[in-house]
Design a binder for this molecule. Sequence first.
Ligand SMILES: Nc1ncnc2c1ncn2[C@@H]1O[C@H](COP(=O)(O)OP(=O)(O)OP(=O)(O)O)[C@@H](O)[C@H]1O
Length: 341
Amino acid sequence: MPSSVMPTSSRSGGSPSPAAVSAVGLRKSYGDKTVLDGIDLVVPAGSVFALLGPNGAGKTTAVKILSTLIAADGGQAQVAGHDLAAEPQAVRAAIGVTGQFSAVDGLITGEENMLLMADLHHLSRTEGRRTAAELLERFDLTDAAKKPASTYSGGMKRRLDIAMTLVGDPRIIFLDEPTTGLDPRARHNMWGIIRELVSGGVTVFLTTQYLEEADELADRIAVLNGGKIVAEGSADELKRLIPGGHVRIRFTDPAAYQSAAVALREVTRDDESLSLQIPSDGSQRELRSILDWLDSAGVEADELTVHTPDLDDVFFALTGPTAGPSAGPTTVPNQSKETVR
Ligand SMILES: Nc1ncnc2c1ncn2[C@@H]1O[C@H](COP(=O)(O)OP(=O)(O)OP(=O)(O)O)[C@@H](O)[C@H]1O
C-alpha cells in the first residue's frame, strides 16, 4: 500500500476547494514498459501540487496526459471540471503548459514571441500588444523585449516561457521542471513568480526532482516511483512518514541532566554533551508531554531541539533501489535537518 495522508485544505485556508485536477487510475505504457501503473491525483483549486520523482519516473508523461498532449491507456481525469477524454478542447482552453523544452523561438525577440502567442490566442492587435507589454513588465523583461530571445540567459528564457503561457490567462498551469538548469538566484526568482501566480488564484501543477523546491512551494506533494504514487501529503506529513525523528534536550547543569535522565523514559544519554535524545515525531502533543515530564521532575533544559527527517530522507527512503511500496522506510540516510525551538 502506498503511504498516504488525507488531504487538508489548501494554503489559502478555509473549506476544501474544488479539485482543479483529479485523476483516477491513470495508466500509460510504451511497448512493454509500464510508465504509469494506475495513479490517482487530486489537486485542489488555488493550490500548488508537486509531482516529485527521480529521472524517468513518468512525471512528464503525467503532465502530457493531463494537458491533453498524449492520451492515457486507461483511467479517467478531470481538469478544470472537464473530462480529459470527452472535452479535451475545454481542458486546453483552461490550462497553460510550460514544458521542459522551451517554446521560446530564439530567432525573434521576446516581444515578438509574446505577440505570436497573442495571435495564437486570437487576441486583437491592441489587446495583444497590451497583454504582451504587461506580461513583459511583470516578468522583468521590458528592457530585453526588443532583443532576440537567443541572447537571453536561462532564467530570462524561462521567465519568457511562463509569460507566454500566461497570455491565454489560464487558471491551471502545468510547469514541467520549471527550475531545472537555473542558478540559485534564478531559481529563487522563479519560486517568487510561482508564489505570485498562486496568490492570483492560479492552480500550479509542477514536476520537480528538487526536494527543496517541493518543500518551498507545494501545498501537497506526490512521490512517483515505479509507475505508482508511493506517498502523498504535505511536506511535513511526508517527513513524518519516515522514522528517525527525535527531540534532543541539552543541559548545562549536570544535576538537572541526571534528574531529567531519570524522569524521562526511552532516552538515549550523551553524558559528554549533557544531552538526552527521545524518539518523537515532533508533534505538539509529544513536545508538550516531554515538557510536562520535565516540569513535574522540576528540571529546566537549556535547549530543546526537534529533529525531523527532511524531504531528502523521504525521497531516498521511497525511491531508492530497495524502496517501493512494500520495502518500507528502512534505508533512511541519517542526514536530517534540525530545528531549534
Ligand atoms: N514516446 C516515448 N516512447 C517510449 N518511451 C518513452 C516515451 N516517452 C517517455 N518514455 C519513457 O517513459 C519513462 C518516463 O519518462 P518521463 O519523461 O515521463 O519521465 P520523467 O519522470 O519526466 O523523467 P525526467 O525527470 O528525466 O524528465 C522513461 O523511461 C522514458 O524513457
